[in-house]
Design a protein around this ligand. Sequence first.
Ligand SMILES: Nc1nc2c(ncn2[C@@H]2O[C@H](COP(=O)(O)OP(=O)(O)OP(=O)(O)O)[C@@H](O)[C@H]2O)c(=O)[nH]1
Length: 345
Amino acid sequence: MSNGLIPATILTGFLGSGKTTLLKRVLTEAHGQKIAVIENEFGEENIDNDILVADTEEQIIQMSNGCVCCTIREDLRSTLSDLAERRRKGLIAFDRVVIETTGLADPGPVAQTFFMDDEIAESYLLDSVVTLVDAVHADEQLNTRQEARRQVGFADRLFISKADLAPTAALDALQYRLRQMNPRAPQRSVHFGEVAIAEIFDIKGFNLSAKLDIDPDFLADQAHGHDHHHHHHDGEACDHPSHHAHDDDVKSFVFRAKRPFSPAKLEDFLGSVVQVYGPKMLRYKGVLYMKGSDRKVVFQGVHQLMGSDLGPKWAPGEDKLSKLVFIGIDLPRDILEQGLEQCLV
Ligand SMILES: Nc1nc2c(ncn2[C@@H]2O[C@H](COP(=O)(O)OP(=O)(O)OP(=O)(O)O)[C@@H](O)[C@H]2O)c(=O)[nH]1
C-alpha cells in the first residue's frame, strides 16, 4: 500500500465455519504475497497450527490461548507491535497480516485494537473483517450465540461455507437473514475456501461509520473486558470463555495419547458418541496417530458432522502422538476420555 501501512484482515466466523480451510487455501495460492498469520485459538492447544503449518512456509504466529475480548487484546497488541518492529528492522518480511479469531470471539475488540492504540494505528491499516458463515449450522448459532451475530454484524464480506450440504431453500433463507442483519456486506458461497485473493484482500471495507452503528461505543470502549463496567448490547452478555461466570457452559479439553488409535474402533466410537452428544459438541479437531499409517490424520467435526484427511508424514524423529481438542457445552468429558482410551491399540 502506498501509505506504507501494513494491511490487516480479520478473519472471523463461528466455530467450524471454515476459517482455517479458507486461510490454508489462501496461503497456498500462488499470489506472491507473504502473509503473516496470527492465530487466536480457544482451547488449551493450538491444533490449527499443526494443520496449517503442515504445508506452507508462511509465518504462523501463535498467540496465547484465551479470550480475545479480554486478555488477548493486550497480547494481540503486543504481537502486532512486535511484528511491525521486526519488519522495520528487516528481520522478517511480510506484506500483510491475517488474524484468525477464535470462533467464540466477538470481532469488535479485535478491530478496536487497530484504532485505539497509536503505535498499532501508525503501522497497520485494518483492511476488512471477513466473516465465514456455516450454511448448515448458522441458523442455530445465530439464534443462540451473541458472538455469531456480532461476527455477521461486523463483516465487510460474508462467505457462506458448506453450501454444498444445505438445501437450496435453507440457503436462500439464510442469505435473506444475513442480508437483514448486515445489508452492507456482499455475500457469496465459498466451497472449501475456494476464493480468489482479490475477494478477500484490499477490500478497503473497514468502514468506521458502519461499525459505529453496530457498536456506538466502538472507539470509546477502551476498558472493554478489563473491568466490570464494560457495557453490552441489547441486554446481552459478552460471552467469552474462561473470564466470565456466564460462560461456564462452554468448555474445552484436550485428549492426548502416545499409543496409536485403532482406526476401526475409533470410527465406531466416534460414530456413536456424536449420535448422542453431537448437539453439545460445538467443535472438535485434532491430529491423530493411527495404527498402520505413516501419515498424520487430521480429524475434525462440528456437531454430528465430522471428517478426516490424510496429513503429512510423521517426520523422522518426531514423537508420534494424538492430540484432540473438544469444545462444547456440558461435554461428557469422562465418557469421551474413557471411550477414546479404549480405541487405542
Ligand atoms: N462440506 C463442506 N465442508 C467444509 C466447507 N468448508 C469447510 N468445511 C469443513 O468444515 C470443517 C471446519 O472447517 P475449518 O476450516 O477447520 O473451520 P474453522 O472455522 O477454522 O474452525 P475453528 O477455528 O476450529 O472454529 C472442516 O472439516 C472442513 O473440511 C465447505 O464448503 N463444504
